[in-house]
Design a protein around this ligand. Structure first.
Ligand SMILES: CC(=O)SCCNC(=O)CCNC(=O)[C@H](O)C(C)(C)COP(=O)(O)OP(=O)(O)OC[C@H]1O[C@@H](n2cnc3c(N)ncnc32)[C@H](O)[C@@H]1OP(=O)(O)O
Ligand SMILES: CC(C)C(=O)C(=O)O
Ligand SMILES: [Mg+2]
Length: 504
């Protein structure tokens, strides 16, 4: 019988450790609901001790998600474990995930602990975690660079203390696929009672091998794999969920493994994440890149026309790319609009649908046909952040021989405010005018624009990264006018800062 592999998604924890990928509470909840629809087995919701915001997100996800286990990360430290247990107290299926490094390098220079003390800490604190939660995962950080026999002793002690999952991370993406295969085989043969625990892997992508080492580990007998959507994560990222899942599905003949994943939710999950964090998926990204199912050259086109399988090993439909024959536009009514939202996987409250329908109608005046991409962009860019700063209107004077001048009028908490500024280009003139109206000390770190759809009336989505008081947040704006999208993106980031400050 095929082996079922558990998919442990850490987009909201390790993924969020990726620079510029921070998400606020609403964004994390939105992603967690999507991960539930994707049917991952475990959602790592955060690191509860890390900050009040992280604690709150773990607690909210634990409370909301019913069909997946919800995990919170903790160092092998009492107060971290307590924070995880507390944040997870309302979860249907909670998991405390606790870790400590087992490599000489980490123990000596980072933890400044003797190996024997690490083992005692495993005995004491895995037991402590197990008394607070029936499901405990233990990770041996930097396992792939650890002394194998010491690693086996650490895993043995963790299982004896009550861990039901032992995770063998390739923390710095150093291992080759063959080495990971050997390591998992060695652990299976040398750790007493290993059959009482699920063997998991968590592989990083520093050498671009994260997916390959994960698949090799599965081949050797690991039955849980930790991964993230789009492969986001610390440094070069983690193994990409969509690549692992589709490799197992497409090459079932080779791996003989299944997952619980609804693969038709993959495309939606990856694009939704990309929109939320404001990081585009590269065109050539495996599975979900824009080019993944395109055929450019004549010989390939000829082959695909003759028989699709000549150049396609999976179908776009299998990851949820669907063509729709009902065209949404200015003459569409609320029923068709709502129906399309549901088919795109959005279950929204009445007021949210009503607000979106209004925006949809405004968009229809500017755009002939509204595609699924437009609609998704509209939903994703509809801010759940209270709009303290709202755009009223703007006027720009710009040209190739003059510096740009922008007059921007805002509603700030209902008050009308206007200012003017000169800048290098129209966008930066607008940003300067906004900065003059705000007491915040804002610094634009990154700006990117992309066309969400095609044609003259395409929607332009602007993503900005802005730093203020040591925090970096992203903002997104969407419009058929790129100057308007740019202003909306900046205001979105400002509104997020203000909401964060009000929460603190
Ligand atoms: C491989 C990974 O992805 S691990 C997860 C990485 N993620 C994060 O670090 C994000 C969240 N982290 C944080 O918010 C903070 O680092 C906190 C709240 C956890 C700790 O903050 P601080 O108390 O200020 O400590 P700081 O981060 O500077 O240093 C880490 C401390 O934890 C210790 N530590 C690190 N890992 C572990 C562990 N697994 N178990 C026990 N102690 C550990 C370090 O030795 C160091 O101890 P010291 O303060 O006695 O020198
Ligand atoms: C905390 C552990 C599982 C981790 O993220 C790593 O080792 O990369
Ligand atoms: Mg990691």
């Amino acid at each position: 019988m095929s082996q079922q592999i558990k998919i442990f998604d850490t987009t909201l924890r390790d993924g969020e450790q990726s620079p510029g990928c921070s998400m606020n509470l609403n964004e994390k909840l939105k992603m967690a609901r999507q991960l539930e629809r994707l049917r991952v087995d475990i959602i790592e919701a955060g690191f509860a001790i890390a900050s009040p915001g992280d604690f709150e997100s773990v607690a909210a996800i634990a409370q909301t998600i019913k069909d997946c286990t919800v995990a919170s990360l903790s160092r092998l430290v009492k107060k971290d474990i307590d924070a995880s247990a507390e944040a997870l107290k309302n979860a249907v299926s909670p998991r405390i995930h606790t870790f400590i490094a087992t490599s000489d390098l980490h123990m000596r220079y980072k933890l400044k602990m003797k190996p024997e003390d690490v083992l005692s800490q495993i005995d004491e604190l895995v037991t402590y975690a197990r008394n607070l939660c029936p499901d405990v995962e233990f990770s041996a950080e930097d396992a792939s660079r650890s002394d194998r026999d010491f690693l086996c002793r650490a895993l043995e002690r963790a299982i004896r203390a009550g861990a039901s999952t032992v995770n063998i991370p390739d923390t710095v993406g150093y291992a080759t696929p063959e080495e990971m295969f050997d390591l998992i085989s060695y652990i299976k043969n040398n750790v007493p009672n290993i059959d009482k625990a699920t063997i998991s892997v968590h592989n990083h992508n520093d050498l671009g091998l994260g997916v390959a080492t994960s698949l090799a580990s599965i081949k050797a007998g690991a039955t849980q794999v930790e991964c993230t959507l789009n492969g986001i994560g610390e440094r070069a990222g983690n193994a990409a969920l969509e690549e692992i899942v589709m490799a197992l599905k497409t090459r079932r003949d080779f791996f003989d493994c299944t997952t619980r994943i609804d693969t038709t939710q993959i495309y939606r999950s990856c694009t939704r994440l990309a929109r939320i964090i404001g990081q585009d998926i590269p065109n050539n990204k495996a599975i979900v890149g824009a080019n993944a199912f395109l055929h450019e050259s004549g010989i390939h086109q000829h082959g695909v026309l003759a028989k699709r399988e000549t150049y396609e090993i999976m179908t776009p439909e299998s990851i949820g790319i669907v063509k729709n024959n009902i065209v949404l536009g200015k003459h569409s009514g609320r029923h068709a609009f709502e129906d399309r939202l549901v088919s795109l996987g959005y279950q929204l409250p009445e007021e949210a649908i009503a607000k979106l329908f209004e925006k949809f109608k405004v968009l229809c005046d500017r755009k002939k046909d509204v595609s699924d991409y437009d609609l998704e962009a509209l939903v994703e860019s509809t801010s759940h952040t209270p709009e303290h700063y709202k755009l009223d209107r703007f006027v720009i004077n710009s040209g190739n021989t003059i510096r740009a001048t922008a007059i921007v009028r805002l509603q700030i908490d209902g008050r009308e405010v206007e200012d003017v500024a000169i800048g290098d280009g129209p966008i930066f003139a607008c940003y300067k005018a906004i900065e003059k109206m705000s007491p915040l000390n804002l610094k634009l770190e990154d700006y990117s624009i992309r066309s969400v759809t095609e044609g003259e009336d395409a929607l332009g989505q602007v993503s900005v990264k802005v730093t203020c008081n040591g925090k970096t947040l992203t903002g997104r704006g969407l419009s058929t006018d790129i100057l308007e999208s740019s202003i909306l993106a900046y205001l979105h980031a400002i509104n997020k800062f203000i909401s964060l400050e009000k929460q603190a």
